[in-house]
Design a protein around this ligand. Structure first.
Ligand SMILES: CC(C)(COP(=O)(O)OP(=O)(O)OC[C@H]1O[C@@H](n2cnc3c(N)ncnc32)[C@H](O)[C@@H]1OP(=O)(O)O)[C@@H](O)C(=O)NCCC(=O)NCCS
Length: 330
């Protein structure tokens, strides 16, 4: 038995933060951001008092409408996020409550920008062992809530959005999640983190004054790790399954930086038309970035298409999935 994605819903906030507007907030230019990162604009959830669960709830409602599945059939909801509504309770619980899902249990997963590949693997384990029948996997980020809009080295990168997927079992062993290679390395905690607000550095006037509740990143170190780890693990997945570039329908990489994506595709020997990208419109939405690509390009995929999904993120966390798409365009 394999676990397979049966449908995708999504929600992106309306507000578009362009490079032009960013250049009025920090010393930057559209040209620098496009050349060094590849982002033109990103979506921002502007309204006060709304968090990741707001977008996640709308994504789940979109999914349920699209698939026609009843919320009473859902037995588990997992939410991958680094920007939960609150440190507790879990955003998964809040989404269940807002949608009216009453028969499920669930929890949040924090795996940085690898949130989707880690949580799809987790969901697949529950499905493959028969412990759950219908899982909703939500990835959602309000990255703007932890982005320092006074720091030009990080603020052009990030955006907001949410995607929800229905994960079920299939007896057809030629589709679904075929394999995963996943890693963590705590060395990354010194290069990419949100220092304050947790149990080690609870909020104080000083942590607020020092702007320690925002993302800190040593961009060059993270870049070097991301380029080598994402490419290594994607090539390892190809070798493990004797996959040639011609066997792969699409690479769907985490959308952090166009240069990291290009380097990964090059190592895999893939031409540009096999690499799906929407970083220009949405920026880096952490664990939501691969799902946003799947959501936007859903109609491109045919049953049996071989996909490699690969990501790198805070932790460090990284890995690659070998996935065979489960349905024809609807
Ligand atoms: C953040 C990142 C885009 C910076 O690009 P970079 O090429 O490494 O740039 P550098 O940090 O070397 O900075 C080069 C110069 O550009 C400047 N600069 C930085 N941000 C700038 C901006 N937004 N606009 C204009 N100039 C900028 C720097 O101050 C530096 O100037 P200096 O040479 O006078 O000191 C890049 O390091 C990166 O993408 N890192 C990985 C990010 C990532 O993937 N994070 C998430 C992992 S999930």
């Amino acid at each position: 038995m394999k676990a397979v994605i049966k449908g995708i819903g999504g929600y992106i906030p309306e507000y578009i933060l362009t490079n032009q507007e960013l250049s009025t907030m920090v010393d930057t230019t559209d040209e620098w951001i496009m050349t060094r990162i590849g982002v033109k604009e990103r979506r921002i959830l502007k309204e006060d008092g709304l968090g990741t669960s707001y977008m996640g709830t709308l994504a789940v409602e979109n999914l349920l409408n699209k698939t026609g599945v009843s919320k009473d059939e859902i037995d588990m909801l997992i939410c991958a996020t680094v920007t939960p509504d609150m440190l507790f309770p879990a955003t998964a619980n809040i989404i269940c409550d807002k949608v009216g899902i009453k028969n499920a249990w669930g929890y949040d997963i924090n795996a940085g920008c690898s949130g989707f590949i880690f949580s799809l693997t987790t969901a697949a384990s529950f499905i493959e062992t028969g412990r759950a029948k219908k899982i909703i996997l939500v990835t959602g980020e309000r990255m703007s809530s932890i982005t320092n809009y006074q720091d030009r080295t990080t603020c052009p990168l990030f955006g907001d959005g949410a995607v929800a997927m229905l994960i079920e079992a299939t007896e057809d062993s030629s589709v679904g999640l075929m394999d995963e290679i996943l890693h963590v390395d705590g060395v990354g905690r010194q290069y990419l983190f949100q220092k304050a607000g947790g149990s080690m550095y609870p909020p104080t006037e000083e942590t607020i004054r020092n702007r320690e509740h925002y993302i800190y990143q040593d961009g060059q170190v993270v870049f070097k790790y991301a380029v080598s780890r994402m490419a290594d693990v994607s090539v390892e997945m190809m070798e493990r399954h004797n996959l040639k570039a011609s066997d792969i329908a699409y690479l769907i990489p985490h959308q952090a930086n166009l240069r990291i994506i290009d380097a990964t595709a090059k190592r895999m020997g893939l031409k540009k038309d096999k690499v799906l990208i929407n970083i220009e419109k949405f920026g880096n939405t952490a664990g939501t970035s691969i799902p946003l690509v799947l959501w936007e390009f859903e109609k491109k995929f045919k049953k049996g298409d071989t996909l490699i999904l690969s990501a790198f993120g805070a932790g460090f966390t990284w890995g690659a999935l070998y996935y065979k798409w489960g349905y024809d365009p609807v």
